[in-house]
Design a protein around this ligand. Structure first.
Ligand SMILES: [Zn+2]
Length: 78
């Protein structure tokens, strides 16, 4: 099962939608491509190594996995 890939110019928007969803997972999320509510986000992250989010939109057929490598937390030392 696959859908339409996320256009590269919508990537930042998609990240913002994921961030919103993580803050309020019960709120409807608008698709970063077609702006219709009803974006489905599935968290398949393998913490603490990486974050994976599967985005799918029933309105425009978006089906895309976002991969966010988790940067190691740098300690300042003091
Ligand atoms: Zn859509």
């Amino acid at each position: 099962m696959s859908g339409n890939p996320l256009p590269p110019d919508r990537f930042r928007e998609a990240l913002a939608r994921v961030a919103d969803w993580r803050l309020s997972p019960l709120e409807p999320v608008a698709c970063p491509v077609c702006e219709e509510d009803g974006l489905v986000i599935e968290d398949r992250s393998t913490r603490p190594y990486a974050e994976w989010y599967v985005l799918s939109c029933p309105s425009c057929g978006l089906g895309h996995t976002i991969h966010i490598p988790m940067s190691p937390i740098m300690s300042g030392g003091d």
